[in-house]
Design a protein around this ligand. Sequence first.
Ligand code: ADE
Length: 272
Amino acid sequence: MTRTKIAVIGGSGIYDIDGLEGAEWVQVDTPWGAPSDQILTGSLDGVDMAFLPRHGRGHVHSPTTVPYRANIDALKRLGVTDVISVSACGSFREEMAPGDFVVVDQFIDRTFAREKSFFGTGCVAHVSVAHPTCPRLSDACETAARDAGISVHRGGTYLAMEGPQFSTLAESQMYRESWGADVIGMTNMPEAKLAREAELCYASVAMITDYDSWHPDHGEVDVTQIIQTLMGNAEKGRALVKRLPALLGADRAPCQHGCDRALEYAILTAPD
Ligand code: ADE
């Protein structure tokens, strides 16, 4: 058994977490540069916790400029074992309504202007991301959401777009009708891929703020619409996070899905 350390990467509207014992903001430097912000560390119900505001306090990083590699590396250096992403998203499904949460299990990565790997120069590795999220962590997120009275959907495909502009109507319709995406956001990639390369368990909770642009009865998404739903979602997100330590426990066994051994057969470069 090893000690659990849960990291929460908070998206728009979530810039800290409540009730941390021994709370302290710490600076972590990495070979990939500085993370989005200092990291809030402490414990909750006897479990070690870390919190990183993805866009930085004051929302200074756009989805494209978030330092994804530095963020994941900084969490790894702090001894984090489990990463929960909490982020805003648009919905492509009538039944996935604004205010609902989705515990995402698949991604379509349409981002193109971000560094996506720790590997490539000096050491070449190809990890599997066929199943990019950890079912054990996703179970905990689903249970925590249900216990907090949140309307939650288990499973869904998240289309990660580059942004910063929202999608055109044609794109929105294509993602929904032809590609089978359920939700859309700008930040879960390459974060999920990097977490796998860092051998961290990763789960994603997508908090729906809007119906993007496809829905005939709803106007196309804009920031005003997102902010209206965001505040309520952030409150629910906090209630969910508060329940995670009790569900995950202070100690953990090796991941039964192998997230913590992702590099075992992935490295091609010969050792020196
Ligand atoms: N974040 C919240 N809503 C979004 C949308 N419709 N598209 C992309 N990112 C989003």
